[in-house]
Design a protein around this ligand. Structure first.
Ligand code: BGC
Length: 719
């Protein structure tokens, strides 16, 4: 197979090779809807039609008809008949939209996550997509950053679990023959999730050890699962922009990890080497990016305009270009595009498969599992004969898909009100918008009061509109907008039970919500089946089981705040008045709600941790067990979490690190024993010399319902 591609490469002219490395958006192509407008953008970019004819891939094309037209027109003009790769952002669903990844993280359910990616791949591939720009696996600790909703959260272990699940779901086992799957592109390499101040695209500053320990494992996990592509990040890593960072791409990805798939820049990131201040012009940007390892340049034309001259002047070896082109051709070959450039694309299958009942069923299941019950003081579940007022800007709003759902339609989304209609008679429900997202009028408040005054319970459907998170959607104040806090206050005056359902793309500062209302369900952006999932949960037809995969700060002043932090030399003890210990004068150190937290309609009791031995050697193992009992009145699913603490390391170790978890279903009164296996391998970490080893000494195995509520078993390692 490789041989063929090498033969093909040999037949290509330098111009044709360079054009393969360029990725442009759909509107540049003949055959795209609304074509004929390409002259302007081409002139702006300084490239010719010839480059477009020979380009290697397209960004954002989808829809069987359009994609087939583009491919047909392209092949008609392309001398060697090299098909285009169609790439798009299919992040959490194509048309059937699943919960945003941060919500999926809260499901702790890798099987369903995989299934969601498989469905997304199927819908996208019949619509003509070959590669998805997902999974995004950037570790996140700062909820001000708008893109936390695209990540599965703050934990390296959990992120790695989901990275693998998504890659399996997107790619399956055989991309060549299974045309219902797409190649995955893990992003954004590396550490895009750690911008200073939580401001998108901002500088990332961290030690190499921290990068290795916390930020890289999820990308590595995706690649271990066979992920075909990597996208570079916009940010700098240790002073060098990721898209021109040889150490990250050539040294780490290629040489150390052995990755031989395609590396693509993020949108415009090659040219951005100029404003970053590491390239004086496009020519230098092109040279730096290619030499550092970027194969495909997305949406700027530094390669197209400069590589030929760089080769002809002897400043760059053509073999560098050949390597990149070969990788792209090999991916096309692997996807079966030379045999069938139209691959899975089919207008009939689009009709048949997209948004099928089966797909929506999985979307609902995952939405149910992704919502997290944050508070419940004897109001939930609702009773079907109660009179309920649904109040708030999300009561009848389809903006529940999240900011990364280009192909999804808000019209298809089940609104909160629609969900309620499946549970109780229309005569039991009143609805009022109550406020807009960021403004409120007296009339709106009056309307809300009128709608709610005869109700038995008020459900507040409030949150951030989707534009308030996602790319470029950063906020310095992460409270619910003032207008909606006013609405909550107004409803509180009615002195009725208040249930809040939150739609948002980040952990919020919950003051004004959690202290003012009796129950809070964090729904995130649940996707197409939002209303059905929420109604099932609120009426008790499903029991909430989501657990936070990112801490909720007490206030933005604590950020970054995350569970696997260090103790410091002056940890705060029980005496909160003590001055010379690490603390704030005005707020607690702890987040409002910790990683792993979530309530259920039942309660679970944990026993002490019992260990099969207190001594671990290099090749033995310890079994750590707890008994978990459902002490409530309904069946429920518990996520039993297992953490480890290394009491004294060569470098400071986190207070706890997630090493495993198990989800169990328990009937009322039922007890199950949950056992985790501890091995020496789990105790390894990066030392000051970057060696990855363990140290003899004392450890703790911690097991419990969340990262803050853990029973401890002590053991020691002696190798
Ligand atoms: C985003 C990427 C995305 C790309 C292509 C960029 O702005 O950062 O996540 O894949 O656009 O749409």
């Amino acid at each position: 197979m490789e041989k063929n591609m090498e033969n093909l490469l040999e037949q290509m002219t330098l111009e044709e090779k360079i054009a393969q490395l360029m990725q442009l958006a759909t509107f540049f192509y003949k055959g795209a809807a609304g074509d004929g407008e390409i002259t302007g953008p081409l002139e702006d970019m300084g490239i010719t039609n010839e480059v477009v004819q020979n380009s290697g891939s397209v960004l954002g094309a989808s829809g069987a008809k359009e994609v087939s037209n583009i491919q047909k027109e392209h092949l008609a003009d392309n001398r060697l008949g090299i098909p285009l790769l169609m790439m798009a952002d299919i992040v959490h669903g194509f048309k059937t939209i699943f919960p945003v990844p941060l919500a999926i993280g809260c499901s702790w359910d890798q099987e369903l996550a995989e299934k969601s990616a498989e469905i997304a791949a199927k819908e996208a591939s019949v619509s003509g997509v070959h590669v998805t720009f997902a999974p995004m696996v950037d570790l996140v600790r700062d909820p001000r950053w708008g893109r936390v909703m695209e990540s599965t959260g703050e934990d390296p272990f959990l992120n790695a679990v989901f990275a693998k699940a998504f890659v399996r779901g997107f790619q399956g086992d055989d991309l060549t023959h299974d045309h219902f799957r797409v190649a995955a592109c893990v992003k954004h390499f590396a550490a895009y999730g750690a911008p200073e101040g939580g401001r998108d695209y901002n500088t990332v500053n961290m030690s190499e050890r921290q990068l290795l320990e916390s930020y890289l494992p999820a990308y590595k996990a995706a690649l271990d699962e066979g992920c075909e592509m990597v996208m570079t990040a916009f940010n700098t890593v240790d002073g060098i922009p990721a898209s021109g960072n040889k150490k990250l791409m050539r040294d780490l990805l290629r040489d150390e990890w052995g990755f031989d798939g395609v590396i693509i820049s993020d949108w415009g990131a090659v040219k951005e080497l100029i404003p970053h201040g590491v390239a004086e012009d496009e020519r230098e940007a092109a040279k730096k990016a290619l030499e550092a390892g970027v194969d495909i340049e997305m949406m700027t034309a530094c390669y197209a305009k400069s590589l030929q001259e760089l080769v002809e002047s002897g400043e760059m070896s053509e073999s560098l270009i050949d390597e990149s082109v070969l990788r792209i051709l090999q991916l096309k070959n692997k996807l079966g595009l030379f045999e069938n450039p139209y691959r899975g694309t089919s207008e009939e299958l689009e009709e048949e498969l997209i948004m099928s009942t089966e797909h929506r069923k999985v979307a609902k299941e995952l939405a149910v599992k992704s919502c997290v019950l944050l508070k419940n003081e004897n109001v939930l579940p609702l009773k079907k004969n109660q009179k309920v007022a649904i109040v708030g800007p999300f009561a009848t709003n389809g903006d529940v898909l999240g900011p990364w759902s280009w192909h999804g339609s808000r019209d298809d989304a089940v609104k909160v009100y629609d969900g309620f209609l499946t549970k109780t008679a229309a005569s039991n429900i009143t609805v009022a918008k109550g406020s807009d997202i960021e403004t409120v009028t007296e009339d709106q408040l009056t309307e809300a009061v009128n709608a709610a005054k005869d109700a038995d319970v008020i459900v507040l459907a409030v949150g951030e509109e989707s534009e308030m998170s996602g790319e470029g959607g950063c906020r310095a104040d992460i409270k619910l907008p003032e207008a909606q806090l006013t609405l909550i206050q107004k409803m509180k005056e009615l002195d009725k039970p208040l249930v809040t359902v939150l739609f948002n793309g980040r952990p919020l500062d919950l003051h004004g919500i959690i202290d003012q209302t009796d129950a809070v369900l964090e729904a995130w952006y649940p996707g197409t089946e939002a209303g059905h999932a929420i109604a099932d949960l609120l009426y008790g037809d499903a029991n909430p089981s989501g657990r936070l995969s990112m801490s909720f700060p007490y206030s933005v002043g604590q950020v970054p705040v995350y569970y696997n932090c260090f103790n410091t030399g002056r940890p705060q003890g029980d005496d909160k008045q003590e001055r010379y210990v690490t603390h704030y004068l005005d707020i607690p150190n702890e987040p409002l709600l910790p990683f792993g937290y979530g309530l259920s309609y039942t309660t679970f009791a944990y026993s002490e941790v019992s260990l099969s031995s207190e001594k671990l050697s290099g090749d033995s193992e310890i079994k750590a067990s707890v008994h978990v009992t459902n002490t409530g009145n309904v069946a429920g699913e518990e996520t039993v979490q297992f953490y480890i603490r290394d009491i004294a390391g060569e470098v400071v170790r986190p207070l706890r690190e997630l090493k495993g978890y198990e989800k169990i279903m328990l009937n009322p009164g039922e007890t199950k024993v949950v056992t985790f296996t501890i091995t020496e391998e789990q105790l390894r970490y990066y030392h000051s010399d970057l060696s990855f080893t363990s140290d003899n000494g004392a450890f703790q195995a911690l097991i419990g319902p969340n990262s803050n509520d853990l029973a401890i078993g002590n053991f020691y390692l002696k190798k």
